[in-house]
Design a protein. Structure first.
Length: 259
């Protein structure tokens, strides 16, 4: 009986090891797939805004550099000249299966989720044509739509720009705010495109009779912009006033001093 139990425990142990190794291999495989996928941003020629899924559904608008909701995978449909348009953030697809333009789960055979990227002669733009309905994505009436178009409509022309291998680096950059007698600098290092730095709100004061001289900042987010290869502030603000309270915190990117 004891020997049987030992054999059973040993067998279960090896099964557990095997399943654990299999899981790790699968995880590494999925990670490698994510690392090698080529992502694109899709922008409108007429309004220069981007296709994204940051809120409800799929729409056009201004975006933040790091939004996965504005990154897309153009997936070839095997055995055809069509493509699917897959969102990086949600892992779902742009389609026209129901009413208008939507984003969601699809069935493999849905023509409503297959598209043609038609080059616009003499330009670098494309038109995005739906296989099922034979109509085009556009924003001629102010919002994203699918319908018949006129040949000259810039609203139906799109740039599909790769953001894979954004190899540029942002150089060191310092943002500064100051009062009459104090200053604060946000000193950002060399970084790869797409990197984000967050700094918690803070303040620094130098009292010089008869008043305080404070610099302050709210929660800040800086992004290394892959388009300009420059640091940019994407959230928060700073200024100076005559209040006396606040602390600069311990961020390695914040330096303060007197002047």
């Amino acid at each position: 009986m004891k020997n049987s139990m030992k054999r059973l425990v040993k067998k279960n142990l090896w099964v557990g090891v095997f399943l654990g190794v299999a899981f790790l291999l699968q995880s590494n495989s999925l990670y490698a797939q994510e690392a090698t996928v080529n992502f694109d941003r899709i922008s409108n020629r007429w309004t220069s805004v981007f296709l994204h899924s940051q809120y409800d559904g799929v729409e056009l608008g201004e975006i933040q550099t790091g939004w996965w909701s504005a990154m897309w995978v153009i997936e070839p449909v095997e055995g055809t000249t069509f493509v699917r348009i897959k969102n990086r953030w949600k892992g779902t697809y742009v389609h026209s299966q129901y009413e208008g333009v939507e984003i969601g789960e699809i069935q493999p055979g849905w023509w409503s989720a297959m598209w043609v990227l038609e080059p616009v002669a003499g330009t670098t733009f494309v038109r995005i044509k739906n296989r099922w309905k034979g109509t085009f994505l556009h924003n001629q009436n102010g919002s994203l739509d699918l319908g018949e178009i006129e040949p000259g409509w810039w609203s139906a022309m799109w740039t599909v720009a790769s953001i894979q291998g954004e190899a540029c680096n942002c150089g060191e950059k310092t943002f500064r705010t100051q009062s009459d007698h104090s200053w604060a600098e946000f000193q950002l290092p060399v970084a790869k495109a797409g990197e984000i730095i967050k700094i918690k709100e803070g303040a620094y004061n130098k009292y010089v009779y008869p008043k305080c001289n404070r610099v302050w900042w709210t929660n800040l987010i800086f992004s290394c912009n892959p388009d300009s290869c420059e640091w940019e502030r994407i959230e928060g603000k700073w200024d100076a006033d005559a209040l006396c309270h606040g602390s600069p915190g311990d961020s390695p990117y914040v330096k303060v001093g007197d002047r």
